[in-house]
Design a protein around this ligand. Sequence first.
Ligand SMILES: C=C(O[C@@H]1C=C(C(=O)O)C=C[C@H]1O)C(=O)O
Length: 130
Amino acid sequence: MMTDVVESSGGMASRKTGDGDTDPRPGDGGGVPASSTGPETAGTGTNDSAAAARIMAIRERIDEIDRTLIELWQERAGLSQQVGATRIASGGTRLVLSREREILERFRQALGADGTQLALLLLRAGRGPL
Ligand SMILES: C=C(O[C@@H]1C=C(C(=O)O)C=C[C@H]1O)C(=O)O
């Protein structure tokens, strides 16, 4: 499985297959659209060349965002681990649950139930093995 986060807030749901691909569903682009104008372009899911060009342009920004998210994710995890090591070296606790609750609430307020799930993953990444 590609993910163990369960969608619970009514957003996009996707089913994952063993190879990480998403099963096609009826009407989700698995077939050839009626307005098809040419061969399906570069994995865009459409045969319309104008739509394919637009999709590819948007995907460039999506890829940029994903790279930034990954970088930020890794930076945050590293910082969180530094805080933990600093605190333990000074005789403190590894975790501060009141601070974790604040973070969970921040993400929940901004993003709803998905925010809570995201924050739980962020906190876990920063903890490393307990
Ligand atoms: C990074 C800290 O240590 C731990 C990790 C946290 C985090 O990843 O945000 C929050 C609280 C602590 O359990 C901190 O106290 O700020």
